[in-house]
Design a protein around this ligand. Sequence first.
Ligand SMILES: [Mg+2]
Length: 414
Amino acid sequence: MPRERVIFLVDVQSFFASIEKTADRSLQHKPIVVAGDPERRSGVILAACPLAKQWGIETAEALWEAQQKCPGVTVVKPHMQKYIEISVQLTAIMESFSDLVEPYSIDEQFIDLTPTLHLFGGSPYQAARLLQHKIQQEIGVYARIGIGPNKVLAKMACDNFAKKNKEGIAHISYDTLPATLWPLPVRSLFGVGSRMSRHLERMGIRTIGQLAQTPVERLRKKWGINGERLWLTANGIDESPVSPRSHDEQKAIGHHMTLPRDYETLEQIKVILLELSEEVGRRARRKGYVGDTVSVGVRGARFDLPTGFHRQTKLTEKTNDGLDVFKAAFDLFCTHWDGEPIRSAGVALSGLEPDHCRQLSLFNFETTLKKERLSKAVDHIKNKYGAAAILRAASLTAAGQARDRAQKIGGHYK
Ligand SMILES: [Mg+2]
């Protein structure tokens, strides 16, 4: 039998809240929550530190509920830019252990240490302790590490054991699987939500071990491929590789905005579509993609009368130019708009491929190159002086959001 792979799932405890506590030492021993900008109607708990969780505060609940549970809680505004940077820093630290690192979410990343384990003491535990220590030293946050012979067991080792024990490290191997994972209730299995666990319990399947020993045909008959996947997971089977590039393979580049008020006229909406399209073009260029499918979606403002649409169109040539995207998006919008005020809008570019593969059309070769040079110059200025440093005149009208949005990421202040 081939040697078991050595895979870690590294999860930072209370990621956003921990970063805020590292940045401001006076918060160290206080219960804190990170919550969305209250002025923008998005007062939801994005993260709570372990002290706040002791008061029963949970992620995703309303801020006012959290304040009722713990009246003295300190509320900190999110700093998304910083969290993204630290997530990238975390990847870099992990890459000093092995170049097979796959970010799974902003605060969770997989690493395959099979090829390099001998450089770090040779035992998975030793390597995990070393990595945990390095993360604490360099970023100042506490990482929990699940170890397994594949990704799904590493993930379950982390969620079910490393998060609950003192050293923050846990290992599930094929040998220890029946003793560790199988006695747990079926809802502890990765991929089983509360609905599915109720279904399973009704079938008499209460533990992960019982699920693992259910004939796979019975599950396949009931839930198809999904049932088979549950059975594989319960048996700890997962062949998927830790693939560093899986996050670059993009299907679409989109930008969406909830407007601060209802937009009623075509003139106003045109400005917002232009800004969205420019941002999509800029992101596509930054990531090195061109695409030939433009889609536009809007949602109406009336709650009693749900309106809005989502439509797409194909261009004759691949592009990453904001104005090309805008022309297609605006055409689509004019064709399908019912005249009702809109509350949110989004533009996306898909049918992507890396821009170095593009075939330039012989006929507009020169204009394409000119547009590219102009876009590159604008990108350069924005990268150097900020997204609001150079804007189209339309963005300075009352409908424009680009100037305000440049201060924020995902609707949150940087
Ligand atoms: Mg976490």
